[in-house]
Design a protein around this ligand. Structure first.
Ligand code: GLO
Ligand code: MG
Length: 344
């Protein structure tokens, strides 16, 4: 498969049982080992980890166990020709993080989040990746008056500073999302994510991961969110997927809802040589209706769509495009893009 220099990743959560808030699992669970076998088969190069994907039952393990298990996992990944892209702390499931982790009103919850983040960094270090992703799931409010939004930013900076101090080699990429599970999240956009990095002790080690669906939920264009990150040299990873309107986070296969919006993301990534900067993550979920035997197609289809769109981006008639732009004939530019996407 011609991959145009790109490397691809996904997380074990992207192969899932299909449960939703209204119904149980519809596909059997697959073990982590079984999921790992899918990566190379589907054309992927790297694995994204939550801390406890790498070290299950993390809260009940000591430092030596955590480092030992992570090192063994690293060896297995290497043997399979894979690597870890990033590690993210799963801070949204523990009883102590019901009302947030880093921004909880409860100092005990904040202490738990701090300790857990240290363990997560130990795992990243042992897995051989310097990239940490912060999807700040519960850092926000269900009830606006329950927290002070200015103090919440200070608490987030404090937490990021603590992580940056704990390990001098790690980089933090904030993955913004405007809502879900919270009603209102504190870092909803690329702008927020980049801005907070400049308030930390090491702005050069703070960056961004843009997820297409999250940008769409914020009413923004994912390609422009990516462009903003690229302009600051802060776009360290992406979670490509798609989203059908303003509703729950759907994580649909990349390009499956709005092909042109997907093309625009590929165009900006490819024009700015993202393949030299980072790994293309696909944060996609199989539809609930998908039978277990064919519940990996959302991953291989998304990867294929990305590569087809790279081919479309590179074969675009840039001269014709430029003359439309110079003539300010954007109707003609529109036609040119649509025709090219449809192979005309
Ligand atoms: C959920 C997020 C989630 C994160 C993952 C890595 O909306 O997209 O899947 O990307 O937990 O931090
Ligand atoms: Mg994501």
């Amino acid at each position: 498969m011609e991959k145009f220099g790109y490397r691809f990743s996904f997380g074990p959560w992207n192969i899932h049982e299909g449960a939703d808030p209204f119904g149980p699992a519809v596909r059997p669970s697959r073990s982590f080992d079984n999921k790992l076998d899918a990566y190379k088969r589907l054309g992927f190069d790297a694995v994204q980890f939550h801390d406890d994907d790498a070290v299950p039952d993390l809260d009940n393990k000591n430092h030596a166990q955590i480092v030992g298990e992570s090192r063994a996992l690293r060896t297995r990944l290497e043997e399979m020709g894979l690597r870890a892209e990033f590690v993210a702390p799963r801070l949204w499931e523990h009883p102590l993080t019901i009302d947030g982790a880093y921004t909880s009103n409860d100092p005990q919850a904040r202490a738990y989040a701090r300790e857990r983040s240290h363990k997560m960094i130990d795992i990243a270090d042992a897995l051989g990746t310097d990239l940490i992703v912060l999807w700040l799931a519960r850092e926000g409010t269900y009830l606006r008056e329950s927290k002070d939004a200015a103090r919440a930013v200070d608490l987030l900076v404090e937490a990021m500073d603590d992580m940056l101090a704990y390990h001098p080699g790690i980089r933090l990429a904030v993955e913004p999302k405007p809502n879900e599970p919270m009603d209102i999240a504190y870092l909803p956009t690329a702008g927020h994510a980049i801005a907070i990095g400049f308030k930390t002790r090491a702005p050069e080690r703070c960056g961004l991961l843009v997820e297409s669906a999250h940008a769409i939920l914020a009413g923004l264009d994912p390609a422009d969110e990516m462009g903003f990150g690229l302009a600051y040299d802060k776009l360290w990873s992406v979670h490509l997927n798609d989203q059908n309107g303003l509703k729950y986070d759907q994580d649909r296969a990349f390009g499956s809802i709005n092909l042109r919006r997907a093309f625009d993301q590929v165009l900006i990534l490819d024009d700015h040589r993202f393949y030299e900067r980072g790994v293309v993550g696909l944060d996609v979920k199989a539809l609930r209706t998908q039978k277990a035997e064919v519940a990996e197609k959302h991953l291989s289809n998304s990867l294929q769509t990305f590569l087809w769109l790279v081919e479309r981006a590179r074969s675009l008639d840039r001269k014709a495009m430029q003359s439309c732009i110079e003539a300010r004939d954007y109707e003609e530019l529109d036609r040119l893009i649509l025709a090219h996407l449809m192979g005309r």
